[in-house]
Ligand binder design. Structure first.
Ligand code: TPP
Ligand code: DXP
Ligand code: MG
Length: 590
């Protein structure tokens, strides 16, 4: 048996000692290593398998970390992590206290830029390249690896546009596998397909038009070809783009065949590649499916309904509508800013627009939300998926800022349904008649109600509801935090002293209900799965101050820090949002 090459590599300096002809063996070992660990620990699989050869070639040719390597999104950087000092703790990937699933500057000097959200790599790398010029770090190379879906985002184009008029040592590697999480979309994707088929010379080159020296397309799984091309480009001054063709999921048959599922497949059998089957028939639905299936039902009755997703049709379940009504459901690619203003345009014409965006990714379209939607009071329906703590994706992906960043925008209604039926009824309500934009936030994953497909009933905008009466302490919650609160209250023996109210709307607040609550209870506890500063509890404190109430108010939510990765339960415990932690706070007030 030949000796393991991977075991001889702690850092790229070790890799550079390996003979070039042995690198395919290293690639095979690295793939196997990734598959074995992701099979049980879960995480992003397909993207990392697709760049195994590229990762090896980059660290082989360039002098990382002095030469700078930036991975866009970073979900494809598992091989990079393993070859840069993190092989032995790769099994802790994405777990609490373990390494992060994305590059992270304070984790390694090889992680030149923290990522998670897409399309930032070219801007960041250009910044580093300009800094090198200004500090006379001559000869240093700056490499950004960007996927075909991510390069179609506005931010990536802005960076290419800028880089093209510099003479920086910038190398953009376009990793073209013709897919994002779901199949890539748009005319740039068509263009890249044409370039690939023509083998480049027949087609006017869009990157050359932007002053990049273009090379490729080349086979991104051929290490020798990659090494020789990278060495050539090392000698070329100015901005350059290397177009490589790869296969997402390369090396695991099922991952190659079902690239969408194997983007992040959950647990699977490392030997066979088959997914570990989960019995889900009797489980409550995912909030995403409540959204996806309900919108199809509503679209059948209301032909003005359209749906939008920026590149997350499967994750958001908008795919149900894309299948049922392909002309009325749009995957616009990784383009949150465009998605929001496109929604605004549709709304000006009387369309009923459900724009589904992960809470964390809406951060990118904040100006569009304010300037294009709310300022003009256009009744766009934003469905903010993955609100709250999302778990293993970690700090870059938690949807914990939305309440704070939305609450300050005039005209915008903010709702947080506490369960699947509430979500369904809200989705129904808002397509009937809506006079303002609305954001409806709900969490990742399953709720608690199996039997959710009830007939629709309307929810009055701005109306909260009492879940339980009490006399001493009122707990006010938003969204599915209601479940944690209920559990907390049920674990307290003096529960008859405790009232519980589901406010449903963070804006407008239900003033009538709040006046009752502030008169009936001495002490108020608020619970939200978002940052405390500027959030729901802040809104309640403002209400109290505006109305001269002197009740004691205790705000439970996420403090002034970025929660990292871990399970949702662990991170809620850490933030003080678990039933047990909520119980402790209530007891301390009794
Ligand atoms: C701003 C933003 N929007 C959406 C996402 C979700 N997302 C993560 S990876 C991905 C697809 C990336 O595709 P591509 O760049 O082609 O890389 P590949 O997965 O094919 O390697 C998407 C949409 C994100 N990370 N950031
Ligand atoms: C890398 C990335 O941004 C996505 O793959 C993200 O991890 C998807 O999250 P969900 O699994 O919650 O859809
Ligand atoms: Mg891709």
């Amino acid at each position: 048996m030949s000796k393991s090459l991977l075991n001889s590599v702690q850092f790229p300096a070790d890799l550079r000692k390996i003979r070039q002809q042995d690198l395919p063996q290293l690639a095979a070992e690295l793939r196997e290593f990734i598959i074995n660990i992701v099979a049980t620990k879960e995480g992003h699989l397909g993207a990392s398998l697709g760049v195994v050869e590229l990762t090896i070639a980059l660290h082989y040719v360039f002098n990382t970390p002095d030469d700078i390597l930036v991975w866009d999104v970073g979900h494809q950087a598992y091989g990079h992590k393993i070859l840069t000092g993190r092989r032995d703790n790769f099994h802790t990937n994405r777990q609490m206290g373990g390494i992060c699933g994305f590059p992270k500057r304070d984790e390694s000097e090889y992680d030149a830029f923290g990522t998670g959200h897409s399309s930032t790599a070219i801007s960041a790398t250009l910044g580093m390249a300009i800094a090198s010029q200004l500090t006379a770090a001559a000869g240093r190379q700056h490499i950004a690896v960007v996927g075909d879906a991510s390069i179609a985002s506005g931010m990536a184009f802005e960076a290419l546009n800028h880089a093209g008029v510099t003479n920086t040592n910038l190398l953009v590697i376009l990793n073209d596998n013709a897919i994002g999480i779901d199949p890539s979309v748009g005319s740039l994707k068509d263009y890249l397909t044409r370039v690939t088929l023509d083998n480049a010379p027949e087609t006017d080159n869009i990157f050359e038009a932007l002053n990049f020296k273009y090379s490729g397309p080349i086979d991104g799984h051929d290490i020798d070809v990659l090494i020789s091309e990278l060495k050539k480009l090392q000698q070329v001054d100015g901005p350059k783009l290397l177009h490589i063709i790869t296969k997402k999921g390369k090396g695991l048959r099922q991952a190659e065949e079902d690239q969408v599922k194997y983007h992040a497949p959950g647990k699977f059998d490392a030997e066979t590649g088959n997914l570990v089957k989960k019995e889900t028939a009797h489980l409550p639905p995912k909030y995403q499916d409540v959204f996806g299936k309900t919108i199809v039902e509503l679209a059948a009755q209301n032909e003005k309904i359209v749906g939008i997703t920026p590149a997350m049709p499967t994750g958001s379940s908008l795919k149900y509508m894309m299948d049922a009504y392909p002309d009325r459901a749009f995957d616009v690619g990784i383009a949150e800013q465009h998605a929001v203003t496109f929604a605004a345009g549709l709304a000006t014409q009387g369309m009923v627009v459900y724009c589904n965006i992960y809470s964390t990714f809406l951060q990118r379209a904040y100006d569009q939300l304010i300037h294009d939607v709310c300022l003009q009071n256009l009744p766009v329906i934003f469905c903010l998926d993955r609100a709250g703590i999302v778990g293993e994706d970690g700090a870059t992906h938690h949807g914990i800022f939305d309440l704070a960043y939305l609450r300050c925008i005039p005209n915008l209604i903010i709702a947080a349904p506490s369960n699947e039926i509430e979500l369904r009824n809200l989705l129904y309500t808002v397509q009937k008649k809506l006079e303002h934009p609305i954001a409806i936030r709900y969490p990742r994953g399953r709720g608690q109600i199996v039997d959710w497909e009830k007939s629709f009933s309307e929810i009055k905008i701005g109306e909260g509801r009492k879940l339980k009466s009490g006399s001493e302490i009122a707990v006010l919650s938003v969204g599915n935090m209601a479940y944690n609160v209920t559990e907390a209250i049920n674990a307290i023996s003096e529960k008859k002293l405790l009232g519980h109210y589901d406010l449903r709307f963070v804006k407008p607040l239900d003033h009538d209900l709040l006046h009752q609550v502030f008169r009936q209870y001495n002490k108020i506890v608020t619970v939200e799965d978002g940052v405390v500063k500027g959030g729901f509890g802040g809104a309640i404190a403002e209400f109290a101050s505006e109305n001269n109430y002197k009740n004691l108010i205790k705000i439970i939510g996420i403090g002034d820090y970025f929660p990292e990765h871990g399970s949702v339960e662990q991170l809620q415990e850490q933030a003080g949002l678990s039933p047990e932690k909520i119980r402790e706070v209530i007891i301390s007030l009794l």
